[in-house]
Design a protein around this ligand. Structure first.
Ligand SMILES: Cc1cc2nc3c(=O)[nH]c(=O)nc-3n(C[C@H](O)[C@H](O)[C@H](O)COP(=O)(O)OP(=O)(O)OC[C@H]3O[C@@H](n4cnc5c(N)ncnc54)[C@H](O)[C@@H]3O)c2cc1C
Length: 416
């Protein structure tokens, strides 16, 4: 690849792809490193976890995305450190030189100091998590069908979702529809419609990023689907038989974690200052203070705007990716740098079940079926690949009319 400046981007998430694609015509060569060979559309992971979609419909090979971009190479591997003195990225024993480095390694789930809960209460971040959760949920119904002890059967048919943000709300709604509709006629000894689904939120209301009115509408919509919503109490214990919330004990053999996130360990690789969640504190141009030519973007960066952190959402990562590409492009072309990064917030969306959503675009707030249609259009538009867009649209239409969920396969190793 000659003598052109070398840019390495670690992590092939939203931030990376928007940076890489924006640099297609830049006099620079770039290498994208990821531990997976695909880019994952995380906002639809909950649908894989609840058997609505298959993994391949929400992921796309990174090589394929960048195949037409002559200045971009892709390297599959897990990065374990950065040698900032030598300007090298350490990836599975190899060292890769960089002139410019962008860290876009995202986040993982966090258990507020109780990492031991992870075994019983898996979070949703990777495809493996989604297929593991799907296996746990479907296996619980299978075990309940075979169980003769009514107490144990009740535990197997009880599900607790911890965290009332969009992921928890979407998971709980989809679980309720799975139990009440898709599985309702498939068993002989149990009635899946009687499954208990409890959504637990420590804060005063679910969907705290939305206006109060929409939170209340979302809660009512979940309750209509049969989800019990409990707010204002934090989970204090989690084990194989259930969760403790305040003074109460909720028996549930399946617990799903949608409560906390922590940034990737990228800050420790470069010895950068980070906040409590591990996010790298960056300058207004997204560069890392005192680290020449190193930038951090997306969920792994703490970007302050108007004294508040920019939210860890896909549009923020994309805008940061595009911005950092502009900064690097200007530098290599010896042009003046762009003004400091500014996040443009287009609003929030969350869906509840197969035909209801809440939307807050600031200038317009919607709930119900129209909001759900908009939610569908937005998600299909942002999916990568025409095939995935068509397949997902067909799945959603099919699910809308038939209540069916086609991806009901137990493929992950059983955990019981
Ligand atoms: C379940 C779920 C639902 C969500 N729903 C929404 C939503 O509805 N709307 C919304 O806007 N946002 C949503 N988000 C948040 C959104 O997905 C993130 O904000 C966005 O993906 C962040 O992009 P990123 O580029 O920072 O990181 P990611 O997209 O997380 O990408 C990071 C990449 O880095 C790679 N990586 C990490 N560590 C290493 C390493 N050591 N070596 C090599 N590669 C590494 C990972 O494999 C991954 O590909 C959701 C997130 C989750 C988990």
């Amino acid at each position: 690849m000659g003598e052109r400046p070398q840019l390495v981007i670690v992590g092939a998430g939203f931030g990376c792809l928007f940076a890489a694609q924006r640099l297609a015509d830049s006099p620079i060569d770039l290498t994208v490193i990821d531990r997976h060979n695909y880019h994952l559309f995380q906002p639809l992971l909950y649908q894989v976890a609840t058997a609505g979609l298959s993994s391949a419909e929400i992921a796309w090979p990174v090589r394929s995305i960048l195949r037409r971009q002559a200045n971009a190479a892709v390297l599959l591997g897990e990065v374990s450190g950065i040698d900032t003195q030598a300007r090298e990225v350490i990836v599975e024993g190899r060292r890769l030189r960089y002139d410019w480095l962008v860290l876009a390694t995202g986040a993982r789930h966090a258990y507020f100091g109780h990492d031991e809960w992870e075994k019983t209460a898996p979070g949703l971040k990777r495809i493996e998590d989604a297929t593991d959760i799907r296996a746990r949920v479907l296996t619980a119904f299978e075990r309940a069908e075979a169980e003769t002890d009514p107490e144990k059967r009740r535990g197997l048919l009880s599900f607790a979702v911890v965290g009332g943000g969009p992921t928890g709300v979407e998971l709980a709604g989809a679980l309720a529809e799975l139990a009440r509709r898709a599985l309702s006629r498939d068993f002989r000894r149990i009635d899946p419609r009687g499954a208990r689904i409890v959504l637990l939120e420590a804060g005063p209301r679910i969907l705290p990023a939305f206006p109060e009115k929409l939170s209340a509408i979302a809660q009512r919509s979940l309750e209509k689907l049969g989800v019990e919503v409990r707010t204002g109490e934090a989970v204090t214990a989690c084990d194989d038989s259930g969760v403790s919330v305040g003074e109460d004990r909720i028996a549930a053999r399946t617990i799903l974690w949608a409560a906390g996130v922590a940034a990737s360990p990228a800050a420790t690789w470069i010895g950068a200052e980070a906040d409590r969640a591990g996010r790298i504190k960056v300058n207004p141009d997204l560069s890392v203070p005192w680290k020449q030519r190193i930038f951090a973007i997306g969920d792994t960066a703490l970007v302050m705007q108007d004294s508040r952190p920019v939210p860890a959402v896909a549009p923020a990562a994309k805008q940061q990716g595009r911005y950092v590409a502009q900064v690097i492009d200007s530098a290599v072309r010896a042009k003046s740098a762009p003004p400091p990064f500014r996040y443009r917030d287009y609003g929030n969306l969350a869906t509840i079940g197969r035909k209801f959503a809440v939307i807050d675009f600031g200038w317009i707030r919607l709930s119900g079926f129209t909001a759900w249609l908009l939610w569908c259009v937005a998600h299909i538009y942002y999916l990568i690949g025409v095939r995935n867009r068509i397949v997902v649209s067909i799945h959603w239409l099919w699910a809308y009319f038939t209540f069916q969920r086609g991806a009901r396969l137990i493929t992950a190793p059983r955990k019981d």
